[in-house]
Design a protein around this ligand. Structure first.
Ligand SMILES: Nc1ncnc2c1ncn2[C@@H]1O[C@H](COP(=O)(O)OP(=O)(O)OP(=O)(O)O)[C@@H](O)[C@H]1O
Length: 253
């Protein structure tokens, strides 16, 4: 039986500037299931990143409730939210933001050793996870500038997952990568999702989106489409592609 991990009720986000209000998210009622690889699509400016930031506690909603694994995020202050994010959320973005003056391994450990962690176990876990994403021992002492974009993003994913977050939030994680690097990153995301990691990802790209099992389509701050695609399988790649393209055409994408 699947479990709801995030539930929003009448979630609204309004930005105000120069006396003008922009209602970016409008009364969203969304349920996300644990173990899902949920994709958020929609045209530019439809509110995808704003929704990702609200659901992950990176930003506060203007109105409405967000229940994240039984915790009401709307009731937390900024310090409580920061602790909640550290314990429950992993993030990967288009810009990778590894620390240039630290080695690959130290970049992962900088996150992994936050809090009261056992150093030896954390180092072991970091090395094991780096191996799993194809970053072998030779690369552990390299600096981020010595990595390809795809390698750097795979290190970024390990850094995001080192504290075993409930959800990995990804905002266009392959947006800056070439096709081969992008595939290597998507393979890692598919693999960790198959092992049970819940993922919520924003993307514009169909090839990226078919990795998900559920596609939410946002238009002008409202969810107007919800497609269940089933789990990713390479054999059914072409069929999934067609199904998603048809759905997006119906959405007016
Ligand atoms: N901090 C902010 N202050 C004011 N307006 C904002 C802020 N963040 C987002 N917006 C506005 O909210 C709208 C939605 O932005 P958002 O980044 O969520 O869209 P998106 O669907 O992710 O777009 P894209 O696909 O282009 O990244 C945009 O018009 C944007 O300018």
């Amino acid at each position: 039986m699947t479990m709801t991990i995030i539930k929003t009720e009448k979630l609204c986000k309004t930005f105000s500037s120069g006396g003008i209000q922009q209602h970016v998210l409008k009364n969203l009622d969304i349920s996300l299931q644990e173990g899902d690889f949920t994709i958020i699509m929609g045209s530019s400016g439809s509110g995808k990143s704003t929704l990702l930031y609200a659901m992950s506690g990176m930003d506060k909603p203007t109105l409405g409730e967000i229940d994240f694994a039984g915790k009401n995020l709307s009731r937390l202050n900024n310090d409580q939210l920061a602790i909640f994010r550290r314990n429950n959320c992993g993030f990967v973005f288009q810009q990778i933001h590894l620390l240039d003056n630290m080695s690959v391994l130290d970049n992962v450990l900088a996150s992994g050793l936050l809090g009261n962690k056992n150093r030896r176990q954390t180092i072991h876990k970091a090395k094991e996870m780096l191996m799993q994403v194809g970053i072998d021992e030779k690369a552990w002492s390299k600096f981020p500038t010595q990595l390809s974009g795809g390698e750097a993003q795979r290190v970024g994913i390990v850094r995001a997952l080192i504290n075993s977050p409930r959800i990995l939030f990804a905002d266009e994680p392959t947006g800056a990568l070439n096709s081969a690097s992008s595939d290597s990153v998507l393979d890692v995301l598919t693999d960790v999702n198959r092992k049970g990691q819940s993922i919520v990802m924003v993307t514009h790209d169909i090839k990226t989106a078919i990795r998900g099992n559920r596609i939410l389509y946002l238009r002008d701050g409202v969810i107007c489409g919800d497609l269940q695609l089933g789990g990713y399988s390479e054999q059914k790649n072409a069929e999934r592609h067609e199904e998603l393209k048809t759905f997006l055409a119906e959405m007016g994408w």
